[in-house]
Design a protein around this ligand. Sequence first.
Ligand code: C5P
Length: 222
Amino acid sequence: IAAPVIAIDGPSASGKGTVAQRVAETLGFHFLDSGALYRLTALAALRAGVALDDETGVAAVAATLPAEFPGDRILLAGDDVTEAIRAEEIGVGASKVAALPAVRTALLERQRAYRRLPGLVADGRDMGSVVFPEAPVKVFLTASAEARAERRHKQLIGKGMPANMRPLLQDILQELRERDARDAARSVAPLKQEEDAELVDTTPLGIDEAVAAVLDIVRRKL
Ligand code: C5P
């Protein structure tokens, strides 16, 4: 029997990553953070001196990505890059390489290999549309741009980033909107809610409530 997939797609800073991880833990399922693969590809390309708009070059990097995921760490060629790939500039780089069709193709099988029993929670932008179109559970998790910008801002404060280094809330909002627009406008695997995906709007929800909302959908569908 094929392992069930719970596809969770949505824009950045929607709380998707945390919610998807908590849902996977609760169900005892495997977890795929597909955004990390795009972030790793951007970082590996930068380190190899490959321009982020060199489609063939970046696709070759993606196809041979020396990434490992021991426990909750992320290694690139043995180097711990768990924190490094979360940098804003790597997020921007990820969204650039993610717009290249050959790069998406190069990462496809690697993502599908995560589908193993007892099941998989897959977090990304195109989990329900491209990577696992036959997923029995599809969730589109989002929040207003303002709520997402505020969460990201609080996150930076929580991390202890000093005020003089912290981007302004309005700049975070602007950057989020630009990234959303780029993710939604690209010709391959644009970010959008699939017809068979259930919408969870986390604007008024805390993390626990968002996790509960997704688990409700899972119980109904699986
Ligand atoms: O989710 P995260 O912010 O880590 O993703 C980084 C970038 O990778 C996104 O802005 C998006 O452009 C890209 N991405 C994608 N498809 C996915 C996951 C991420 O295009 N399945």
